[in-house]
Design a protein around this ligand. Structure first.
Ligand code: NAP
Length: 261
């Protein structure tokens, strides 16, 4: 993956920072994009000190002007981009009777509009070299989760957009895939107030329910994203890969029907 340039949005967060580190270790230069520039300067210094190349870029992915400017900055400073990881995310959980239009719009703006704007801004750069990878973060919650009508709908939308863009961009040498994590121990679910956000309790429940008997780590997701970003994944497109320890399967199982453990 030498000489490839990646844009990772939400790079200050749990999964974003793990993904940036993982890509950098593989020789990819990474643009660390986040809504707060200061939040990624430490990570940029860490990657640079380890011999990698990293560029902190402030950008609110919901804003088309900022997204265009961000991609221009990356192309000017680093070249590319060849890889986009649409990872920025927020939660605004509540049950339907309490969910405001602002809760709905804010979650859709970051996950769905943000991913669309970033994909639209980078794909021509990828098409020029007839090689590109667009990776979108979905979630196990796209299957439906109480208190997350906004988030589940946005993530289901991300999966639909992934398939549509895979069809459109495949002939240009660009693959488009989604990764759907289960419960991953990061600030996002820990800090939120709804069903996914019951913090430690949710983490413990995930560890108990998932067949692999642990909550996920950011590195679990990062490794999958890095594989999909590489040459060896060139025949995979339009897919959603679940990185969830089998969590939804564990939920379906009947008590007493499993093996002794
Ligand atoms: P995280 O630690 O909260 O990181 C998300 C990052 O995105 C934060 O640095 C956040 O900045 C940034 N961000 C928010 N709005 C933004 C915007 N408009 N423009 C640019 N950056 C913005 O979250 P995470 O757990 O690593 O999640 C990463 C992705 O994985 C998300 O798409 C999430 O939906 C998905 N996911 C996570 C889990 C999980 O269990 N953790 C499960 C399934 C899917 P601020 O902190 O300043 O808001």
């Amino acid at each position: 993956m030498n000489e490839r340039i990646a844009v990772v949005t939400g790079a200050a967060g749990g999964i974003g920072s793990a993904t940036a580190r993982c890509l950098a270790r593989a020789g990819t230069a990474v643009a660390l994009v986040d809504i707060e520039a200061e939040s990624v300067t430490g990570l940029a210094a860490e990657i640079t000190a380890a011999g990698g190349r990293a560029l902190p870029v402030r950008c609110d992915v919901t804003d088309p002007v900022q997204v265009k400017a961000m991609v221009r900055t990356v192309a000017r400073e680093f070249g590319g981009p060849h890889i986009l990881v649409n990872n920025a995310g927020i939660l605004s959980d509540s049950e339907l009777h309490l969910m405001s239009r602002a809760d709905w719009d804010a979650v859709h703006a970051v996950h769905l509009r943000g991913a669309f704007l970033c994909a639209r801004a980078v794909y021509r750069h990828m098409a020029r070299g007839r090689w590109g990878r667009i990776l979108n973060l979905s979630s196990v919650s796209s299957l439906g989760a109480a208190g997350q009508a906004n988030y589940a709908a946005a993530k289901a939308g991300v999966e639909g957009m992934t398939r549509a863009l895979a069809v459109e961009l495949g002939p240009l040498g660009i693959t488009v895939n989604a990764v759907a994590p289960g419960f991953i121990e990061t600030p996002l679910p820990q800090g939120a107030g709804g069903s996914e956000g019951a913090g430690g309790a949710w983490s413990a429940a995930a560890a108990e329910t998932a067949p692999v008997r642990r909550a996920g780590r950011p590195e679990d997701v990062a490794a999958t994203l890095a594989f999909l970003a590489g040459d060896e994944a060139s025949y995979i497109t339009g897919q959603t890969i679940h990185v969830d320890g089998g969590l939804p399967l564990g939920r379906l199982s009947l008590d007493g029907c499993g093996v002794e453990n």
